[in-house]
Ligand binder design. Structure first.
Ligand code: APR
Length: 244
């Protein structure tokens, strides 16, 4: 592993456009369970709670589970060294952008500035009728369904549900960053969810070197990954930062 880390560090040092593509795995060591795998949320909850049609037809049931998964869990989660390490790389001008599938805001809380949120962010709620926006901490989430304080219609977390389109600004910025990538760090993702998982493929097609960090193999490992650093995100990131 030592040699692979040194090789990865050499490539990051040489690259003038390095990006990171992150998934739920980067936040596991912050106490947020992944969606898939043995401790995955989808083993415990039915993914339909995140289906947009289900949300509108069963707002009470959907909001009850959404609060449990994304608000009770997320509130005490803090950035771990993987998030902090990426923020350090950005500060040292060795990382240009993060494309994240995560909605937990931990990259921003670690200090990263350029974060393209492919699936939105759970911290903000938006009214499905008058478009009023509220920070999740300012609304009483204990009463499901959560209603707009302005017009009393349904409030929705401002993240992307299954069946919804990707925010165009996030999609455009992500494609651009992937196309410019010379090196892309792919951290903590199964690579199962389209169109997000197409970003590392776009980077690869633009001749980027793909450095993957994951304790397990993913859909990328045997297809586009050039260097597979098998391990936990915070431990591997610590090694990379210490060798820079
Ligand atoms: N460090 C790095 N990776 C880890 C760690 C860790 N400590 N622990 C687990 N992983 C890896 C797992 O091996 C797996 O590959 O994180 C990945 C988690 O996979 P998923 O739960 O499928 O997360 P992700 O790929 O981000 O899911 C994509 O699916 O449900 C939707 O919208 C949701 O954004 C999410 C999307």
């Amino acid at each position: 592993m030592e040699t692979l880390i040194k090789e990865a560090v050499k490539l990051i040092k040489k690259s003038d456009y390095t990006t990171a593509f992150t998934g739920a795995g980067i936040s596991v060591e912050s106490g947020i369970p992944p969606f898939r795998g043995e401790k995955g949320l989808w083993n415990k909850y039915d993914p339909q709670v995140l289906d947009i049609h289900y949300f509108y037809s069963n707002p009470k049931e959907s909001w009850t589970v959404i609060k449990e998964i994304f608000y009770d869990f997320f509130d005490e989660a803090k950035p771990n060294f993987a998030h902090i390490g990426l923020a350090k790389l950005e500060k040292q001008e060795k990382l240009k952008a993060i494309i994240t599938q995560n909605i937990d805001n931990l990259h921003q809380e670690a200090g990263s500035k350029i974060v393209h949120e492919f699936h939105g962010n759970s911290k903000q709620l938006i009214c499905t009728s008058c478009k009023f926006k509220a920070h999740a901490s300012t609304v009483n989430l204990n009463k499901a369904p959560v209603l707009c304080p302005e017009c009393n219609h349904l409030l929705k977390p401002d993240f992307i549900f299954f069946g919804e389109g990707i925010p165009s600004h996030a999609y455009q910025n992500s494609i651009e960053a992937a196309q410019k990538s010379k090196v892309m760090l792919v951290i903590g993702t199964t690579g199962e969810v389209m169109p997000a998982c197409h970003m590392p493929v776009v980077a690869k097609q633009s001749e980027a070197i793909i450095i993957e960090i994951n304790p397990e193999k993913s859909k990328f490992t045997s297809s586009i990954t050039d260097i597979f650093l098998q391990g936990k995100a915070s431990e591997i990131m610590k090694e990379i930062i210490n060798n820079l």
